[in-house]
Design a protein around this ligand. Sequence first.
Ligand code: SER
Length: 316
Amino acid sequence: MKRILVIGAAGQIGSELTVKLRKIYGDNNVIASDIRAQVPYDLKHGGPFEVVDCLDAHKIVDIIVKYNVDTVYNLVAILSAVGEAKPDMAWDINLGSLLNLLDLAKELKFAIFTPSSIGAFGNSTPKDNTPQETIMRPNTIYGVTKVAGELLCDYYHKKYGIDTRGVRYPGIISNVTKPGGGTTDYAVEIFYKAIQEKKFTCNLKAGTFLDMMYMPDAVNAAIKIMEADSEKFRHRNAYNVSAMSFDPEMLANEIKKWIPEFKIEYKVNDVLQKIANSWPNNMDDSYAREDWNWQHKFDISAMTEDMIKTLKKRLN
Ligand code: SER
């Protein structure tokens, strides 16, 4: 029987993952936690909810013991663009929370899911079909924390036998919680603007290809890797996972199939463009597909159709 703690439950991934986990494992077996007390109603009242600062190791131990937790999803993160503005904070939060958990897991023996990212790669990484194992010299503090986190997961698994598992997420697109402070955020914002204003000013150049994934697939990846038979795992740091790769023009053309008058224009943000240029165009995720049967459901067309239909209902 799984008893799951989600840290950062009100964030971009957490708010949808928690709801899905509660459906699968039962409301009372999934403890949502966040630093904010003001969170959506279903998170707070759909099952146990705790306010906790991810850096507060004492409180985290209390929660893990109180609920007899055997699996932790640690979704706390400062994303790439905010990280460049506040590097110290990105380091402290992105790695502090993970280190606390890894240390606690030595005694308390719970499994840990840690999201890594396309941000773990850098300018010297091969851009196309980016391999699982390759050069990782990121250009952002966000990426530095992701690489360090991956290495820590490997280390704690090898040295202490901790059940660490993770994926390198691409940009994630969702119609529920908006991301905050990432480089791939344009791919979410574009849908809101397309529906509300029929035009969008993109902060990345046409031709900037990046891996992306629709939230239902991102949630499934997290659940699937934690459910998988770890005998087959060849990697404990984080698996490349992808669902689609596109540039802003391709996405705009998909949106035009639903909103023909939609127009995209460009006002490039140099900081974000530099970050995006340092990330892969598309990753090879065959290890994830082979080792734990990773499969995506949504390609760019299916994702666009679902985003537009869902958001139109809500926004109009
Ligand atoms: N979506 C993240 C960002 O843009 C990358 O993992 O920072």
